[in-house]
Design a protein around this ligand. Structure first.
Ligand SMILES: *Cc1c(COP(=O)(O)O)cnc(C)c1O
Length: 392
C-alpha cells in the first residue's frame, strides 16, 4: 500500500480501539432496553449512567447536567431553539458570531424568520471577537449568547472565560459549541462560567452519531424530541447504548491523555507552521498564532486553488481539507475565511491540516517534503502568478 497520512482530524477522527472494545458487548450480549425493569435492561441503564459521569468529568459538570444527543448538530439546534422557546417571554434577542459552524448559523437564521433578532458579532483578522463588541450588543431583550469555543477551520480559541463573565454579570445564558475544543484543551464549565455546551464523540476518537448537550442546573430547557421518558423527559427515544458507552470511554481517555496529547500536537503543529512558512513564499497563516488549537494549521497560498491542492495532496496519499466549499456545490469560499477579512481569491487558496493522536513527526516531514513542490507546480500553471512574476 502507498503511504496514507490523515490530516483532517477536525472533520472526524478514527474511533479509538479501546472505545470500540468498550462498545462491542452492548451490541450482542448486553442488548437490553435501558428502560426495562429486568436485569439486562438495568445493566444498560447503569452503563449509560457511567458514561454520563465520564463525559461530565471531562468538562467539570455534574452528570445530571448532561443530555445525550445524536451529535453536536442536534445539541446546537436544541440549545438555540430550546432557549429561544423557553425564554421568549423574557426577550427575543440572541448574540452569536459570524464564524460559527452552520449548525449554529443556520439555526439562528431559522429563528430570525420566526420573530427572533440575531446579532452576528464580527471577528478581527485572527478570528477573535471583541469583548467590547459583545457588551455593546447586549440589550434588555437578550436571552442567549452563543459563541463557539474554538473555530473548526482556523483553530482560533475565543476568550471563553471573559465571555462567560460578561454573560453572568448580565444574567444572560451563555452557550458554547465546544466541539473542536473538547479533548483538545482543558475545559471547566464552572471556572469558565459556561451555562450550556455542545460536544460530539467523533471529533475526539469516539463513535459518530453521538454527542451531548450540557445544561447548567436551573436553566429551563424544553424537550427537543417528544416521546418516552428518556434523558429526563427531554429527549425521547431508546438510548443508543453502544455509542453512549463509546462516547463515555472516549471522554475518559481524552481526560487521561490530555496533557500529553497537547504537548505532542503543539510540537507537530509548530513544526508544520514553521516549515511551511520557510519553504513556501506568498503564504499566510490563518487564525491566531497563539490562541490556537494544538491540532490546527491553516494557510492561504496566493495564486492557487485549494481544490487542486487537495487533489494533488490526495494523489500523494495525504488527506486534508480546504477553506472553500466547492465540494458542497457552492463556489463561495468559507464564511470563516471571509469573516477574518480574506479577499475571495486568497480564501480560495486555503489549506487546513488538522492533527490527531495517530500523527507522527514522519507525517509532518512527509507533508513538508511534498507540499512546496505541489504549490510550485500549481503556481507554474497559474496565469495570475505569471503576471505577478512579470510585473515584479
Ligand atoms: C463537527 C462540528 C459540528 C457538528 O457535529 P456533528 O456531531 O457532526 O453533528 C458542530 N460544530 C463544530 C464546531 C464542528 O466542528
Amino acid at each position: 500500500m502507498e503511504k496514507r497520512v490523515y490530516f483532517d482530524n477536525a472533520a472526524t477522527t478514527p474511533t479509538h480501539p479501546q472505545v470500540v472494545e468498550a462498545m462491542l458487548p452492548y451490541f450482542t450480549q448486553s442488548f437490553g432496553n435501558p428502560s426495562s425493569i429486568y436485569e439486562v435492561g438495568q445493566i444498560n441503564k447503569r452503563a449509560i449512567d457511567n458514561a454520563r459521569q465520564q463525559v461530565a468529568d471531562l468538562i467539570n459538570a455534574k452528570p445530571e447536567e448532561l443530555f445525550f444527543t445524536s451529535g453536536a448538530t442536534e445539541a446546537d439546534n436544541w440549545a438555540v431553539k430550546g432557549i429561544a422557546e423557553s425564554y421568549k417571554n423574557k426577550g427575543n434577542h440572541i448574540i452569536t458570531s459570524n464564524i460559527e459552524h452552520h449548525a449554529i448559523l443556520h439555526t439562528c437564521e431559522y429563528l430570525e424568520k420566526n420573530g427572533f433578532e440575531v446579532t452576528y458579532l464580527p471577528v478581527d483578522e485572527n478570528g477573535l471577537i471583541k469583548i467590547d463588541d459583545l457588551k455593546d450588543a447586549i440589550k434588555d431583550t437578550t436571552i442567549l449568547i452563543t459563541i463557539m469555543f474554538a473555530n473548526n477551520e482556523i483553530g482560533t480559541i475565543q476568550p471563553i472565560k471573559e465571555i462567560g463573565k460578561v454573560a453572568k454579570e448580565k444574567g444572560i445564558i451563555f452557550h458554547t459549541d465546544a466541539v473542536q475544543a473538547v479533548g483538545q484543551v482543558p475545559i471547566d464549565v464552572e471556572d469558565m462560567n459556561i451555562d450550556m455546551l455542545s460536544l460530539t464523540g467523533h471529533k475526539f476518537n469516539g463513535p459518530k452519531g453521538t454527542g451531548a448537550l450540557y445544561v447548567r442546573k436551573g436553566i429551563k430547557l424544553k424537550a427537543f424530541i417528544h416521546g418516552g421518558a428518556q434523558e429526563r423527559r427531554r429527549r425521547g427515544g431508546t438510548e443508543n447504548v453502544p455509542c453512549i458507552v463509546g462516547l463515555g470511554k472516549a471522554a475518559e481517555l481524552a481526560k487521561v491523555n490530555l496533557k500529553v496529547k497537547i504537548s505532542k500536537l503543539i510540537k507537530l503543529r509548530d513544526k508544520l507552521i514553521k516549515g511551511i512558512k520557510e519553504e513556501i513564499p506568498y503564504c499566510r497563516l490563518n487564525g491566531d498564532a497563539v490562541k490556537r488549537l494544538p491540532n490546527n494549521v491553516n494557510f492561504s497560498f496566493e495564486f492557487i486553488e485549494g481544490e487542486s491542492l487537495l487533489i494533488m495532496l490526495d494523489m500523494k496519499g495525504i488527506s486534508a481539507s480546504s477553506g472553500s466549499a466547492c465540494t458542497s456545490g457552492s463556489l463561495d469560499p468559507s464564511h470563516v475565511l471571509l469573516g477574518i477579512g480574506l479577499p475571495h481569491e486568497i480564501a480560495h487558496g486555503s489549506l487546513r491540516l488538522t492533527l490527531g493522536n495517530d500523527n507522527t513527526e514522519e507525517d509532518v516531514d512527509y507533508l513538508l517534503e511534498v507540499l512546496p513542490d505541489i504549490v510550485k507546480r500549481l503556481r507554474d500553471m497559474s496565469p495570475l502568478y505569471e503576471d505577478f512574476i512579470k510585473n515584479k
